[in-house]
Design a protein. Structure first.
Ligand SMILES: C[S@@+](CC[C@H](N)C(=O)[O-])C[C@H]1O[C@@H](n2cnc3c(N)ncnc32)[C@H](O)[C@@H]1O
Length: 307
């Protein structure tokens, strides 16, 4: 990043992503989750003067940092939109490569005051990438959810060991507003040695639901593949198993020539093979990268090439 007062985000699996994208100088590339443009900077170094990069960044605060850093770059066009909108803004079959680097930036944990970090106790328990959008803040979701809904959120999206008692305590709380209040509730239930892990899971669970991250990912994968030219490449870096499972299943489905159940003797579906997997097992960061950037430890990179 630029000056010392700039928020920092280290792009994860940068070299591995570039290798899988295998760019040419005149390519048109989409960065679906632009963030602070760490990956974009490396991609632009591979593109020539006729290449271009289109970026999507849902978070207004992050977007304004990106604009201040990339706004003068003529090869870059940035949208302050969810990547879920890409199909409405771009034409099918026109893009050479698309990549996603899912989740939050270090900026969200260290600088944004929207409850992304369970260490910032005074922050509102909000968790929205785009306040003002149709998404509701996490505190409002808690206030209107029943015990059963809260338990389902914590179990399905966070896999919390203490999902039931935490959900029960949240359901009994009136007008919860801050991160500190959430931390206090969990602290009263979870043993100290498991506290940080359970908090990280709880915050992940609510962030996923508040921002409808999994639905957006499913829709984004479809849109992105549709926008790719034949021989175009698509790559995703995910940070938890729920995302990785969606990506893995979607890519495997593209690769299959038939989706008929095994008991049907003759294929009756119209499916054809539309992509080739570029890696069967996900690429994960080397130890050196995790030592320098511990946030990279759960990253998984998968890629396909459109046929
Ligand atoms: C891990 S960061 C990307 C970092 C970036 N690759 C870099 O090197 O700076 C993920 C970014 O995606 C943004 N984001 C999350 N959901 C999004 C969505 N649906 N559409 C566009 N951006 C999204 C987040 O605000 C965050 O800035």
């Amino acid at each position: 990043m630029g000056g010392t007062d700039q928020p920092v985000h280290s792009p994860v699996l940068k070299q591995e992503l570039l290798e899988l994208l295998d760019l040419s100088q005149s390519d048109t590339v989409i960065d679906a989750t632009f963030g602070f443009g760490g990956h974009a900077k490396a991609v632009l170094q591979q593109l020539g003067s006729r290449g271009s990069l289109i970026g999507f960044e849902r978070d207004k605060e992050v977007f304004s940092h990106s604009i201040s850093r990339f706004g003068d770059e003529k090869r870059v066009k940035l949208y302050n939109q969810s990547y879920g909108k890409m199909a409405e803004l771009l034409s099918p079959g026109t893009i050479s490569a698309i990549y996603f680097d899912l989740g939050i930036c270090s900026f969200h944990l260290d600088h944004a005051s929207r409850g992304f970090s369970f260490k910032k106790l005074q922050d509102p328990f909000d968790l929205r990438f785009a306040p003002g959008s149709s998404c509701e803040p996490a505190w409002q979701l808690v206030a209107r959810s029943s015990y059963a809904d809260l338990r389902r959120i914590l179990q399905s999206y966070g896999e919390l060991r203490f999902a039931r008692p935490v959900a029960r305590a949240l359901a009994l709380t009136e007008r919860l507003k801050t991160v500190g209040e959430v931390v206090e509730i969990v602290r009263n239930i979870v043993p100290p040695h498991l506290l940080n892990k359970e908090l990280a899971r709880l915050f992940q669970a609510f962030r996923i639901v508040v921002n409808q991250e999994l639905e957006t990912l499913e829709q984004g994968l479809e849109s992105a593949f549709h926008l790719l030219k034949p021989s175009g490449r698509m790559a995703l870096i995910s940070f938890h198993s729920l995302e990785d499972r969606i990506v893995k299943r979607y890519f495997r489905r593209l690769e299959k020539a038939c989706l008929c159940p095994p008991e049907i003797p003759v294929c009756a579906c119209d499916k054809t093979r539309t992509a080739r997997l570029l890696n069967r097992s996900p690429v994960i960061p080397k130890e050196q990268e995790v030592d320098i950037n511990p946030r990279a430890r759960s990253a998984k990179l998968r890629a396909v090439k459109k046929l």
